[in-house]
Ligand binder design. Structure first.
Ligand code: F6R
Length: 264
């Protein structure tokens, strides 16, 4: 795992935007995996700004979001389809027909997973997957104890996740307890992964993910098996990493190589 530590959340977003734009400019038909939540909002704002400045286009992109709540229609302000429309899709030149979010409104939600897996396969697999991380170490909605080889499926949200996300719902409003999420095995098949983490609320999860044992109790630790994962965090989220100095040293070496040979 490559670990990049930046002073602020804004720097984290800028670094992630560099990686996304570089990938998009190298491959305009990129298959992009996307996340929701508060963390990637600054990244999406950067991508919109760069798109408006003519630095990047999404015209040929196919996208797959990680997850969606069961029981929320796309028009619901808390649905992830609605989030993506508001915070990215409606502000860039992506073809809406090539944007995918799991269908949380199927009569039998169990049908959504296999259909989503088939769509990802038909698109040729995910080239670049953007991830956030839950305070309990979840990625997508793969909660602790999720099988490390799991595929897209219905998942029951952990109490911690329901509490963390309750800030987005009005008091008394229906808050789903079930979601459809790409599995950990699905995520691990992405060719490249960029995980963003900001704030001290993520510090323990980041330390467990990067330096802990691989365990279903920290689903993000499965990323230790992935050959091309970059974790970008701010100082607060990195505060419990023990090998911070080493990561900074590695980064200095890589920045020197990038300056000479370009981004990889
Ligand atoms: C949402 C997702 C989740 C979030 C995680 C962190 O699509 O994949 O795993 O990344 O819950 O959420 P925030 O960024 O709101 O702290």
């Amino acid at each position: 795992m490559e670990v990049i530590i930046h002073p602020t959340a804004e720097d984290v977003a800028a670094r992630a935007a560099d990686i996304c734009c570089d990938a998009l400019n190298k491959n305009p038909a990129l298959v992009l995996g996307l996340a929701t939540g508060s963390t990637p909002l600054a990244l999406y704002a950067q991508l919109i700004r760069r798109h408006q400045a003519g630095q990047v286009s999404f015209r040929g992109v196919t996208s797959f979001n990680l997850d969606e709540y069961v029981g929320l229609p796309p028009s619901h302000p808390q649905s992830y389809r609605h989030y993506m429309h508001t915070h990215l899709f409606s502000q860039v030149d992506i073809d809406p027909a090539r944007t995918h979010v799991p269908d949380g409104m199927l009569e039998n939600p169990m049908d959504a997973g296999p259909a989503y897996e088939a769509a990802i396969r038909a698109a040729g697999g995910i080239d670049l997957q953007v991830l956030g991380i839950g305070a309990n170490g979840h990625i997508g909605f793969n909660e602790p104890t999720s099988a490390l080889h799991s595929r897209t499926r219905v998942k029951t949200l952990a109490e911690k996740t329901v509490t963390d996300n309750s800030r987005f719902f009005q008091p008394g409003e229906f808050q789903p307890r079930l979601a459809i999420t790409m599995g950990i095995g699905t995520i691990l098949e992405a060719r490249r992964i960029v995980l963003l983490a900001t704030g001290d609320g993520k510090a323990e999860a980041v330390a467990n993910m990067v330096e802990g044992s691989v365990s279903a109790m920290c689903p993000a630790s499965a990323l230790q098996f992935h050959v091309k994962t970059t974790v970008i965090c701010d100082r607060a989220a990195a505060s419990r990493l023990r090998m911070r100095d080493y990561y900074q040293f590695v980064l200095a070496q890589q920045d020197a190589l990038t300056a000479r040979f370009g981004l990889r």
